[in-house]
Design a binder for this molecule. Structure first.
Ligand code: ZN
Ligand code: ZN
Length: 87
């Protein structure tokens, strides 16, 4: 842990082992450690990842003939080549 800067005065912070927090000699305040802004970004990235995960749908099978269905993006529906039907 190094290179932390005070959010108030942008001065260098000193790591206080006893309190497990950063200390600013200028402001004389303790600043809790932790990547708070980063965790928000992580959550955002996770959300985007899950969006992309759901984008290409998994393979489905026809309930009538059990053949693998093909995704027709144009209609946003599954198509069975065997039954020649949209599911
Ligand atoms: Zn400060
Ligand atoms: Zn079918």
């Amino acid at each position: 842990m190094q290179g932390a800067a005070c959010p108030t005065c942008a001065g260098p912070l000193v790591w206080n082992q006893a309190y497990n927090q950063w200390y600013c000699n200028n402001c004389r305040i303790y600043i809790p450690p932790g990547p708070q802004p980063r965790s928000e970004i992580d959550r955002f990235v996770d959300e985007i990842d899950s969006l992309f995960d759901s984008k290409p749908p998994p393979v489905y099978y026809c309930q009538r003939c059990n053949a693998p269905l093909s995704w027709v993006a144009q209609y946003g529906r599954w198509y069975c080549n065997n039954c020649r039907n949209y599911v």
